[in-house]
Design a protein. Structure first.
Length: 603
């Protein structure tokens, strides 16, 4: 669920670059309205700008913000008997743009949930308050230059793995960020107290009411139980879905959540301690698959009998770079310093999307072990580690404000972390590292962003996170269907244990487990079994009794395996890797899928 500075190997990127198939659209051509008024946009989509109050709990506050909302219409008209209504989707973060997700992923989402000839849905998403094309937006770091300067500066504390020195340096950086946001507040940025998930959930409830009540011929009704949410949330989107179900069970139609966040661990102090419980297991799994792939895996050597042999060679090399970092020069002349942390950071990124990213990590690490760091430097550049600042000085203000919004949202949801001393933060970083030696230090930085955050939330919901038994009779204060929880067997940042823990809190909820690694089942590997389960859920409200296990159809190093197009499921870049055995076309890949889940360095 972690938001990146720049999502590597994914479609959603910072700056003005858009993924293939996405179009530039001037949202200011739409006048914001308190009604949901749709306008044709970007050829096949519809867009709207909806005015919502800053504070849903204080109607005397007359300030409004404008949310950017976008949808892919159903393949049938709304009066068709097979029209299934709207499914709202959220790609995660916190801080990802839902409108960019619609442009890149809505078609695949639609094909995943539709039952041709029986049930067809429109897919809707939005830029939550403060994010993307919604205004006003959180802007503490205004330009790509500001973000890139931070990215370079933050390499100085080396992911917190140098003890108290790096922890103290990181706290200083985040103190500066907090002061910068406070300065922006003093100069007119007034939305920071109103960005918590509780406010996002109220926005979502309002959107559902505006969409669903008129369809029921009850435009003027104040009976909001007429409005039932259909929702598909990924990663941080599972926080939105679970909070909605807990606060408004009578407005639940269908809620599916994939890559499940443990709500208690998310909101409590010290927090996030369970998030990377599977990351090191994902590392082991990578080397297991490498051994199985044999010569398709560049790290494999003839005679290897155990995956641990391959892993030991790799870890020895990575640790050597911890002890003796090396200098390098990129193809355009930019200087770089390479450490072992860079490989751990890269794996933490690619672990989100094993197909095709495991092959990319394999080639990158194998090349480096042979003395060629070109692939690593290219990956680090994509991740925002070494940005050409001279070019970004000339760049316009970026639509992507994810660096700001992760802290702006999470620090309101979480307990107050200001005032903690260096001993506290050093112990916390060490605790996170004990959970995952590969990625614990990186994930710890999420909490560090809150160490000097300048504002607390106006409204906050801390639970309980549970919902009552469902009934198809649409009774007041009862869901129409149980929640469907979804997880991979090895999710690097939202472990299966979190899904099981949260499933127990919601009466009758079912759990779908996909036998794969990766963050969210949807984003990690193709599975017809998974897709069939999801279609039945949205159509009939059916969830597995207890748990259902679905196998992946294919995985890393399987010839032709790709994720995001139904049928052959090919995606740009799926075969674009030159393998050691000579297969693959050798060309560069453009992305690893339509959802931006990759973490890079968190903050």
């Amino acid at each position: 669920m972690f938001l990146s500075r720049k999502p590597n190997l994914a479609v959603l990127v910072a700056g003005v670059t858009l993924a293939a198939g996405q179009a530039v659209f001037n949202w200011t051509t739409i006048t914001p309205s308190k009604e949901l008024v749709w306008h044709s946009c970007m050829t096949r989509f519809e867009c709207a700008r909806l005015l919502v109050p800053y504070d849903w709990q204080d109607r005397s506050d007359e300030r409004f913000m404008a949310l950017a909302i976008q949808k892919l219409p159903a393949v049938v008209p709304e009066d068709d008997p097979t029209f299934g209504g709207s499914i709202f989707a959220n790609p995660g973060g916190p801080g990802h743009s839902g409108t960019l997700m619609i442009q890149s992923a809505a078609k695949y989402l639609q094909q995943t949930v539709d039952k041709p000839g029986k049930k067809h849905y429109e897919i809707v998403s939005w830029d939550p308050r403060g994010i993307g094309n919604s205004v006003p937006k959180v802007e503490c770091l205004h330009r790509p230059y500001d973000v890139s300067s931070y990215n370079l500066e933050s390499r100085g504390y080396h992911a917190l793995d140098m003890g108290r020195t790096s922890v103290a340096y990181a706290l200083g950086i985040f103190q500066g960020m907090g002061l910068k946001c406070k300065w922006e507040m003093d100069h007119g940025l007034d939305i920071l107290p109103y960005l918590g998930t509780v406010d996002v959930v109220d926005d979502l409830k309002h959107m559902v009411e505006l969409v669903e009540i008129p369809r029921r011929g009850n435009i003027t009704s104040n009976n909001t139980t007429d409005a039932r949410l259909q929702f598909y949330g990924f990663s941080y989107g599972t926080v939105i879905g679970q909070m909605f179900a807990s606060r408004y069970p009578g407005n639940v139609g269908r809620i599916a959540v994939d890559g499940v966040v443990d709500m208690e661990d998310y909101m409590a102090t010290p927090g996030w301690l369970t998030s990377t419980a599977n990351m090191d297991n994902c590392v082991d799994h990578f080397f297991d698959l490498c051994l199985k792939a044999k010569t398709k895996c560049a790290l494999y050597k003839e005679g290897d009998k155990c995956a641990s042999e391959i892993e030991a060679r790799a870890e020895s090399f990575i640790e050597s770079l911890d002890n003796k970092p090396i200098g390098a020069v990129m193809s355009d002349g930019r200087r770089a310093v390479i450490t072992g942390h860079d490989f751990r950071l890269l794996f933490g990124t690619i672990a989100y999307n094993p197909v095709p990213s495991y092959e990319i990590f394999d080639l990158t690490l194998a090349s480096a072990m042979q003395g060629n760091y070109t692939l690593l430097l290219e990956e680090l550049a994509q991740m925002g580690e070494y940005t050409p600042i001279d070019q970004e000085c000339k760049a316009p203000t970026s639509m992507d404000n994810s660096l700001d919004t992760l802290a702006a949202i999470y620090c309101l949801d979480a307990d107050d972390l200001t005032g903690k001393d260096l001993d506290y933060w050093t112990a916390y970083a060490d605790k996170m590292a004990s959970t995952s030696r590969w990625f614990g230090f990186s994930v710890a930085q999420i909490q560090f962003a809150c160490s000097s955050w300048p504002v607390r939330p106006k409204n906050r919901f801390t639970g309980p996170f549970r919902s009552p038994p469902a009934t198809a009779a649409l009774a007041r204060d009862r869901p129409a269907a149980p929640i469907l929880f979804i997880s991979t067997r090895l999710d690097p940042v939202s472990p299966l244990a979190s899904a099981r823990n949260m499933q127990r809190r919601h009466a009758g909820a079912g759990l779908l487990i996909q036998e794969s690694s990766g963050h969210t089942a949807f984003n990690s590997a193709p599975s017809r079994c998974r897709d069939e389960t999801i279609r039945d859920f949205f159509d009939q409200g059916i969830v597995p009794y207890g748990e259902r296990v679905c196998k992946e159809d294919c995985g890393p190093w399987d010839a032709g395996c790709s994720v995001f197009t139904p049928g052959n499921r090919s995606v740009a870049g799926a075969g674009a890797v030159r393998r050691r055995d000579g297969s693959g076309d050798g060309r560069g890949r453009s992305d690893s899928g339509p959802l931006a889940f990759s973490p890079v360095r968190i903050l």
